[in-house]
Every structure is written in C-alpha cells, then in structure tokens.
Design a protein around this ligand. Structure first.
Ligand code: AMP
Length: 187
C-alpha cells in the first residue's frame, strides 16, 4: 500500500501534505513541480524547456514531463514506494504512468484527492505568492492554473474512480488536522 498519488487543485495543500505523509510512511515524496523549479534554478536544459510553460500556468508538454518522471521512478529510493505529487496531470499521463509501473509489475495502490473550494484556493495561493514569490503565483496565472486543473487534470479522476482507488480528503483546516485525515484515509 505504498505507491500513492496525491491529486488536487493548485492551493489545496498537496505539496505540504505530501512531504508529511511521505515522511510518516518512509517513502520519497516526488513533486514534478519541485523538480521543474529546481531545474529552472540550476538553468539546466530541462529547466529551459519547462520555464515558459510554468510561468504561463500551462502544463509542460508530456514528452518532457514523462521522460523526467520515468527517470525519477527508476531511482533506487522509489523502488519500495513513493508518493507522487503533481503527476499525472492529464489522462495521457495516467496511461504513461501505468506503462512505467507495469514494466516492473507495479501499480498504484491509492489516489488521495485533496479538495477545497475555489475561493479558498485563490486566497491561499495569493498568500503564498506574498510569502514565497513563485513566478506562477500572480492572480491571473493562478486563475489560469485553476482552469487548467478543471479542464485537463480533473478528467483523469474518473479513470481512477473506475478503478476504485480514490479517497477524497477535505483539505480545509489546520495542516496537522488534514494530515490526520489523510492517514485515516490510508488505513
Ligand atoms: P505544481 O508545483 O505541482 O503546482 O506545478 C507547477 C507547474 O509545473 C505547473 O503549473 C506546470 O506548469 C508544471 N507541472 C508540474 N507537474 C506537471 C505535470 N505532471 N505535467 C505538466 N506540467 C507539470
């Protein structure tokens, strides 16, 4: 039960919760957004390929993202489990992930869906913009990212719902309270 996904709209608290849950379960939290941001900071080729998409709030092309995830999941620390945060982000990536895992007879055990209403999400993201200065946390880009989530990411949920893998968790409240809810959902 330790190959996990955490999915939810921007601002739902996926990144924060992913780190805490992964630590509890002794598995790596793998955030595609963090990997992209690190590569942009280090000015790698991957960073250069991804930057314009990220700054505009659009998805980085699947060809770039899939290759990166395949390489990350092949690393030693991910062999006994992982918590993927921010991937898959569209139905095509769901199928790519299936392919990557099936090559080593693995599969996803559980999908955590973190939910919160739109007004709360925008408020949280604007707050984070003030604190962290992420280049994609301006109000226009935030609204665009929420739209991209609805149009491109939300449709993948029905795939995992049909497989009976989704556990929905309310993302509102104190950080520790939400962590407890997630741990309960994994029991
Ligand atoms: P996040 O930190 O998960 O909010 O991701 C920040 C940005 O990185 C997103 O708005 C996308 O531009 C890009 N990104 C992260 N994960 C993916 C993915 N699985 N597919 C495409 N783009 C992604």
């Amino acid at each position: 039960m330790n190959r996990l996904l955490i999915i939810g709209p921007p601002g739902a608290g996926k990144g924060t919760q992913a780190v805490k849950i992964a630590e509890k379960l002794s598995i790596p939290a793998i955030s595609t957004g963090d990997i992209f941001r690190q590569n942009i900071k280090e000015e790698t080729e991957l960073g250069r390929e991804a930057k314009s998409y990220i700054d505009a709030g659009n998805l980085v092309p699947d060809s770039v993202t899939n290759k990166m995830v395949r390489a990350r999941l092949a690393e030693q620390d991910a062999q006994n489990g992982f918590l993927l945060d921010g991937y898959p982000r569209n139905p095509a990536q769901v199928h790519e992930l299936d392919d990557i895992l099936s090559e080593s007879s693995q599969k996803i055990d559980r999908v955590l869906l973190l939910v919160a209403d739109n007004d709360e999400l925008v408020q949280r993201l604007l707050g984070r913009a003030a604190e962290q200065g992420r280049t994609d946390d301006t109000e226009d880009v935030i609204r665009h990212r929420l739209k991209v989530y609805e149009e491109e990411t939300a449709p993948l949920l029905s795939i995992y719902r049909d497989r009976g893998l989704i556990k929905e968790v309310n993302g509102l409240g104190e950080i520790d309270e939400v962590t407890e809810r997630i741990l309960d959902a994994l029991k």
